[in-house]
Design a protein. Structure first.
Length: 227
C-alpha cells in the first residue's frame, strides 16, 4: 500500500501546505468514529475546508481513512452533484430556525465543545479515501466523531482549528497570517455575514485595521491565487 502522503496528493493536499491547521498522531483511545475505535496508528490532518483521519502503519503506510468536509458550501454542492439528499444520510440542518425565518441555506456541519468535557464532537458529511480520484455517491455518509481535545494547550488549540469551521475572524487570520484566501474572497465573506450585530462599516474597519497593522510583516501574503 502507498504512503498516506500519496493519498493526500490525490486531493491536491500536502502536510507542507500553509493551510494545514494540524498534523497530529491521535491515540486510538482518544477518538471514536461512529462509535467505533480504529486500531493502529491514526493521523489527524486538518485543513481550512476539511480534515482527514488516516489509519497507517510503519512510518506512513496508508491502511484506510476518511475525509470530513467542514465547509457548508462544499457540503451542499457535493450533495447536489451526487444527487443525494441530506435526509437519506440522516444529515440534519443545524440552522432550521434561520432557514425558516431568514431563508438561509441549510448548514450541516456541527461542532460542539461542552464546558468541562474532555471531547470535541463533530458531525458532518464525509467519505472513505484512497488512491482513486472518483468515488460513488453511495460512499457519502454522515460521520459522528468524538475526539479528545488534546494533551496540552498548544495541541488543543491546533486540533480545534483543524476540526472546526473558520468564521469571519478566522478567515481574517488566515488571510493575514497564511494568505490562504484572497482579498476578494474575504470582502465577499464580510458582505455575506453579520457578526454580533455589527454594521458592515464596523467589520470592514476592523479588517482594515488588522491589515494595516500587519504591514511590513514578512509572513503577510495576499495574492490573487490560493496558496
Amino acid at each position: 500500500m502507498a504512503s498516506y502522503h500519496r493519498v493526500l496528493a490525490v486531493f491536491d493536499r500536502s502536510i507542507d501546505q500553509k493551510s494545514v491547521e494540524c498534523d497530529y498522531d491521535i491515540h486510538p483511545w482518544d477518538i471514536l468514529i461512529d462509535g467505533e475505535r480504529w486500531s493502529g496508528k491514526i493521523r489527524l490532518i486538518g485543513f481550512v475546508d476539511a480534515f482527514f483521519l488516516i489509519c497507517y502503519s510503519g512510518t506512513s503506510r496508508f491502511e484506510h481513512g476518511i475525509m470530513i468536509y467542514k465547509d457548508d458550501d462544499i457540503i451542499r454542492t457535493t450533495l447536489k452533484n451526487a444527487n443525494v439528499t441530506p435526509q437519506s444520510l440522516s444529515l440534519k440542518p443545524t440552522n432550521e430556525t434561520r432557514i425558516k425565518d431568514k431563508n438561509e441555506p441549510p448548514t450541516y456541519f456541527s461542532f460542539t465543545s461542552e464546558k468541562g468535557s474532555l471531547d470535541y464532537t463533530i458531525t458532518s458529511l464525509g467519505h472513505p479515501i484512497g488512491l482513486t480520484t472518483e468515488y460513488p455517491s453511495t460512499s457519502l455518509k454522515r460521520y459522528h466523531i468524538k475526539l479528545r481535545k488534546g494533551r496540552d494547550t498548544v495541541m488543543r488549540k491546533r486540533i480545534r482549528r483543524g476540526v472546526t469551521q473558520h468564521d469571519l475572524w478566522s478567515l481574517m487570520h488566515d488571510a493575514l497570517r497564511l494568505g490562504v484566501i484572497t482579498h476578494a474572497e474575504l470582502v465577499g465573506t464580510i458582505i455575506g455575514k453579520t457578526v454580533g450585530g455589527s454594521t458592515l462599516e464596523d467589520v470592514s474597519g476592523k479588517y482594515l485595521e488588522a491589515l494595516s497593522g500587519a504591514k511590513g510583516r514578512k509572513d503577510l501574503v495576499l495574492s490573487g491565487e490560493r496558496v
